[in-house]
Design a protein around this ligand. Structure first.
Ligand SMILES: NC(=[NH2+])NCCC[C@H](N)C(=O)O
Length: 407
């Protein structure tokens, strides 16, 4: 299957996920802030919720569609000695404060599964007396990289807690055969800059949105823009958003739900002005033009009127409450077919006003399990249980890295 993503909503063909494992059980609440969790997660329930979410995806995806568990891909990649050696070298160099050079020889002797356990959980019985923090955010695969058109933008996280994930992704793209084509167009960001996948939204083949957030620096955004413009994107919209924990990425306050509809957290999107810069290339340099609002920018560049549906509905408190629990972070399986956490009831009610049929995950699977093609031209908002997952502060879009969508 050819890997490419030219839209946020066209039919999902292939996606990378991580069903949470033991790493989430290793989060000590004393370190939760540093590990970017707002609470501790109960692994068993989180895993069940995640697997149930994948069942929704399977129901809607075409027969030749593929859901990859990222750990399976890492294991395949680490079968190659060269990939392990590259990864270990990067780990030592990019995390100098961890003193991993002291165990370099032990690391090089590890088998693929032990190496992966060490990296994800922070320790392995195969190496005695050396422990790192776990990387519990691996379940938010979205943030590791973004496939844009036929290129791949590798994230450079702003937070140390997510750096190991980025190094894993670096190795995967370089060595796994799945990425053979995409890796020819890899966009890399240097160590001093930062960008995370949750800030990158592929509005169309020509247009990409990048959040300027707590996690994506100005220089990271410019570097990514340069790479994207070189690889076929015509315009990048830099969207300035509040730099705060509760909206750490653009996709926590804005996502597309259909070709002409999106969900937005009003205070940070529709009520903001002068927060958009359109970037395009001009004979080797970058042109910047200010646009008053995201609505106007999308209308200009997508040549259609977009409907902005309010996360949380009209009530102020509900808007804030449901943004907090990822109400604005929906994931589209096809145009108009979206999934989001069940608890965001006011957001779902608002979607209903705009013609979405509301369905819980079980009803959806029951109704469409044998005929995903029936989803064409429908608008369905699918709710799924994620009260445990939600504690990690990410929703359906955060938990997915689409690598192929229909043209
Ligand atoms: N694309 C997203 N919004 N990802 C959410 C990531 C949440 C994660 N705990 C972090 O703070 O990094």
């Amino acid at each position: 299957m050819k890997l490419s993503v030219n839209s946020e909503t066209s039919v999902l063909k292939s996606v990378i996920v991580h069903t949470p494992g033991r790493e989430v059980s290793l989060v000590n609440p004393e370190h939760k802030d540093q590990l970017l969790f707002d609470d501790i997660i109960f692994e068993e329930d989180a895993r069940k919720e995640h697997l149930d979410m994948l069942k929704i995806f399977k129901t809607a995806m075409p027969e030749d569609g593929a859901i990859y568990e990222i750990t399976d891909l890492f294991l395949e990649c680490f079968k190659q000695e060269e990939a392990r050696a590259f990864f270990i070298k990067e780990l030592i160099n990019q995390l100098p404060e961890c003193n991993l050079h002291t165990i370099e020889e032990d690391l090089l002797k590890l088998e693929a599964a032990d190496l992966l356990q060490f990296v994800i959980e922070g320790s392995t019985p195969a190496i005695h007396g050396f422990t790192l923090q776990p990387i519990p955010n691996l379940l938010f695969t979205r943030d590791l990289a973004a496939v844009v058109g036929e290129s791949i933008l590798l994230s450079r996280p702003a937070k140390k807690a997510r750096l190991r994930e980025a190094i894993l992704m670096q190795a995967l793209v370089k060595f796994h055969p799945l990425f053979e084509e995409l890796s020819k167009k890899t966009i890399r960001i240097s160590g001093k800059e930062s960008i995370e996948g949750g800030d990158v939204l592929v509005a169309s083949e020509e247009l990409v949105l990048i959040g300027m957030s707590e996690r994506t620096s100005f220089s990271g955004l410019m570097k990514a823009t340069e790479g994207l413009l070189e690889n076929g994107v015509e315009n990048v919209l830099a969207v300035d958003i509040p730099k705060q924990r509760s909206s750490m990425h653009l996709d926590t306050i804005f996502t597309f739900s259909d070709t002409n509809e999106c969900i937005a957290f009003p205070p940070a999107i529709t009520e903001r002005r002068d927060n958009i810069i359109a970037l395009s290339s001009n004979n080797g340099s970058i042109n910047a033009r200010s646009i008053p609002s995201l609505q106007e920018a999308l209308q200009q560049f997508m040549e259609r009127d977009l409907t902005f549906i309010s996360c949380g509905g009209p009530d102020r408190t509900n808007q804030f409450r449901e943004q907090w629990t990822d109400g604005a972070n929906v994931f589209a399986l096809a145009p108009g077919i979206i999934v989001g956490y069940e608890r965001n009831t006011n957001t779902f009610r608002e979607l209903e006003k705009y013609g979405y049929q509301l369905m819980n995950q079980y009803k959806f699977i029951e109704e469409f399990k044998d005929q995903p093609s029936d989803l064409k031209n429908k608008k369905i908002a699918i709710s799924f249980l994620g009260n445990e997952l939600c504690r990690g502060r990410g929703g359906a879009r955060c938990m997915t890295m689409p690598i192929a969508r229909a043209k």
